[in-house]
Design a protein around this ligand. Structure first.
Ligand SMILES: [Zn+2]
Length: 289
């Protein structure tokens, strides 16, 4: 009965193929489900009033002023992993110099997200400027992630600043944390440093400033920090005013658009509109989704 066998064989093959395809689909879904997803929050710890927009957006009208948001970001993941992107500032010298309005110490602000400072497990430092790095030592158990090139470009082996981009106290503080074994130097672009969190370079706000792509239930969120100061940079496709390489900054913005699941999921570093565009979950805390 060769003819019947010929008919059965293709049917059996088709069933087998379907089973294999279903199994593959199941495995893919299982893998996707196993990939950790994060919740992303922006926390506003203060405001700098009447900040010149021309210092943020290249070529902007020099008479324009904006009350800019001082913020950092909280990523909450599985297994009680709580990651900050940047840490704000708290030292008196900066408070005296910049007089932020509505200031809340970053370690107090995260209590509004239901956390204590000791529960923060990791801090990704986007760059070494005082308003992003200074608060790192408020979180006693956090491991600090910074680009190797960013660290080595700004801090020498004795913990002294190599150039004026970094404040002396912050250089000493980070160097002390490094000696205590709490600093991880990230080696370059496109590194998934924690499952579901990938850092990227090329924004060129500072020598090796980085930004983070975070996997969430709503897709990939890009925490740009100062590699994009304001939504205006993205909307008008204009580099940030303070960059070492305007072309690289624009290329990074283009890449963020490709990486983010939607352009609204790119979070700039100082735009007060972040706190209007997203849902508030506590005073000065919004959820990015
Ligand atoms: Zn900043």
């Amino acid at each position: 009965m060769p003819s019947r066998r010929r008919r059965v064989a293709p049917l059996r093959a088709a069933i087998l193929a379907a089973i294999v395809a279903l199994a593959a689909l199941g495995a893919r879904e299982a893998r996707a489900a196993a990939k950790p997803q994060w919740q992303v929050y922006a926390l506003r710890y203060g405001t700098l009033r009447d900040f010149p927009v021309a210092d943020l957006v290249a070529g902007a009208d020099t008479t324009r002023k904006l009350d800019i948001a001082m913020m950092f970001w909280l990523l909450e993941g599985p297994n009680h992993r709580r990651v900050l992107v940047d840490a704000g500032f708290y030292r008196q010298r900066f408070l005296d110099d910049f007089h932020p309005a509505d200031y809340v110490r970053p370690s107090s602000l995260i209590e509004r997200a239901g956390l204590t400072a000791g529960q923060v497990t990791d801090i990704i430092i986007s760059h070494i400027h005082w308003d992003h790095l200074d608060g790192a030592d408020l979180f006693p158990n956090a491991r600090i992630w910074i680009q190797k090139d960013e660290y080595e470009h700004h801090i020498n082996a004795d913990g002294a600043p190599i150039n004026s981009a970094i404040d002396t106290v912050d250089a000493a503080m980070l160097s002390t944390l490094k000696r205590a074994g709490r600093v991880v130097l990230v080696d370059g672009d496109d590194q998934e440093i924690i499952p579901g969190i990938t850092v990227y370079t090329g924004g060129k706000h500072t020598f090796a400033s980085q930004y983070a792509g975070v996997r969430t239930a709503k897709g990939t969120v890009i925490v740009a920090s100062d590699n994009v100061y304001l939504y205006e940079n993205l909307d008008r496709h204009v580099p940030i005013a303070q960059t070492l390489d305007a072309r690289s900054n624009l290329a990074a913005q283009d890449r963020m658009r490709r990486l983010a699941s939607s352009i609204r999921l790119i979070v700039p570093g100082h735009d007060p509109a972040v706190f209007k565009r997203f849902r508030g979950v506590a005073p000065a805390v919004v959820k990015i989704e």
